[in-house]
Write a protein that binds this ligand. Structure first.
Ligand SMILES: Nc1ncnc2c1ncn2[C@@H]1O[C@H](COP(=O)(O)OP(=O)(O)OP(=O)(O)O)[C@@H](O)[C@H]1O
Ligand SMILES: [Mg+2]
Length: 327
C-alpha cells in the first residue's frame, strides 16, 4: 500500500516547537523507507500518526488514497504491523499467545493460528518447540525483540512500522534479521517504514532514506544519492565521510562499465566470471583476494561483455566521486 503525508504537522500541548513540521512525503507500495535523524527530531511521532496512536494537529495522511482520519483506528491497525524497540510484548502472555493476538482478533481458526505461530517463530530463528510456551521474561532481550517482529507480521499486514527494532540486538543476529526483513519485503511487497540510528543499517536496508532534523525532512533520496550528494552539512555529518569502499557498495558493475562500447562475445561457461549486476565492492574484493589481474564480465545471458580490473574500478570510482562533487 502507498502512504502519503500531506502538510502533516504535530504540536504537543505546552511544547512550543512542533515535533513534526509540515511534512510532505510520498511512499510507494513495497518500498522500504528508512528514517534517520537525531534524537527528538520527530521520527517516532511520525510513525505513531501513521497508525493513529497520535493524531496530527493538522494535515492528512492517506493510505492508498484514503484519508486515515476517516477510518476506524482498529481497522487501520489491522493492516499495519508495529514493532518498537522495547518490543511491547504482553508480559503475562506466553510467546504463542502474544503472536496470536491479531489473528485471534480477526477470528482465524485455531489450527491456522497455531501453524502460523510455528512458521513465524522459525522465520525469526526461534525454535517453536522451545519457545512457544515461555513467558517474555524467560527470553533474552534480543529473543523478545524477534518475537515482537513475528507478532507484527502475524496477520500479514500490508504496512510495517518499525521503530528501532534491532537496537538491542547483537551485531550478528542483527545482520541476519536485516536479511530476513529484506527477504520478506521482496517476497511480499510490504511497505516498510523503519527508524534507526545506525547509518550502516540504513544504507543496507533502504530503498530510500528520509533524513529528518527538528521535525522537518531535510533530504529524501536513495542511499547512493544521499552519500554522494548530501543536501547540506547536517546530512554530510550525519552519514559521515563515506569513503570509496562505501560508494563501491552502492554501485553495480554495470554502473561503471560502459557496455555499449563493447563487442558482445561468446557464452562463457567455465571461468569464474563477474555479472553486470554484481556489487562493485564484492568484485573489487574478489580481484584483490584472488590476485587476479582481471575478471571476465558477462551479461544476464552469460555472454562476455568485457573485463574488469582493479585500476578500472579505482579510476571509475574517482570519476564518479568527481561527477557528484561537481553536480
Ligand atoms: N507525548 C509527548 N508530549 C510532549 N512532547 C512529546 C511527546 N512525545 C514526543 N515529544 C517531543 O516531540 C519531539 C519529537 O519526539 P519523537 O519521539 O518523535 O522523536 P524521535 O525522533 O523518535 O527521537 P528518538 O530518536 O530519541 O526516539 C521531541 O522533542 C519530544 O520531546
Ligand atoms: Mg523515537
Amino acid at each position: 500500500m502507498s502512504i502519503a503525508y500531506k502538510q502533516v504537522h504535530k504540536q504537543y500541548p505546552g511544547v512550543p516547537a512542533p515535533a513534526v513540521d509540515q511534512v510532505n512525503l510520498s511512499v510507494r507500495e513495497g518500498e522500504l523507507i528508512v528514517f534517520l535523524g537525531p534524537s527528538g527530531c520527530g521520527k517516532t511521532t511520525l510513525l505513531k500518526m501513521t497508525n493513529r496512536l497520535y493524531e496530527p494537529t493538522s494535515g492528512t495522511i492517506e493510505i492508498d488514497g484514503t484519508d486515515i482520519s476517516t477510518m476506524q483506528p482498529e481497522m487501520l491497525r489491522r493492516q499495519i504491523g508495529y514493532v518498537i524497540q522495547q518490543n511491547g510484548l504482553f508480559p503475562h502472555m506466553r510467546i504463542e499467545d502474544n503472536i496470536a493476538v491479531v489473528p485471534r482478533l480477526l477470528h482465524w481458526s485455531e489450527p491456522s493460528i497455531s501453524s502460523r505461530i510455528d512458521e513465524l517463530l522459525e522465520m525469526v530463528h526461534l525454535d517453536p518447540k522451545s519457545f512457544r510456551k515461555r513467558l517474555p521474561s524467560q527470553l533474552s532481550g534480543g529473543q523478545q525483540q524477534r518475537v515482537g517482529i513475528a507478532r507484527a507480521l502475524a496477520a500479514d499486514p500490508s504496512i510495517l512500522l518499525m521503530d528501532e527494532p534491532f537496537g538491542a540486538i547483537d551485531a550478528i543476529t542483527r545482520l541476519s534479521l536485516q536479511d530476513e526483513l529484506l527477504r520478506i519485503q521482496r517476497r511480499t511487497k510490504k511497505t516498510i517504514l523503519f527508524v534507526t540510528h545506525d547509518v550502516d543499517e540504513a544504507f543496507r536496508l533502504a530503498d530510500r532514506i528520509v533524513v529528518m532534523q527538528s521535525g522537518k525532512i531535510v533530504q529524501f533520496d536513495t542511499p547512493y544519492a544521499i552519500i554522494t550528494n548530501p543536501a547540506n552539512d547536517f546530512v554530510k555529518q550525519l552519514v559521515g565521510d563515506r569513503d570509496i569502499y562505501r560508494r563501491m557498495n552502492l554501485l553495480k558493475i554495470s554502473d561503471i562499465l560502459n557496455v555499449k562500447d563493447m563487442v558482445k562475445g561468446a557464452v562463457v561457461s567455465t571461468k569464474p566470471v563477474v555479472h553486470l549486476d554484481e556489487c562493485v565492492k564484492d568484485v573489487f574484493t574478489r580481484l584483490v583476494e584472488t590476485r587476479s589481474k582481471e575478471l571476465i564480465v558477462v551479461n544476464h545471458m552469460n555472454c562476455r561483455v568485457g573485463t574488469i580490473d582493479i585500476e578500472t574500478i579505482l579510476d571509475q570510482m574517482e570519476q564518479h566521486g568527481r561527477d557528484y562533487a561537481q553536480s
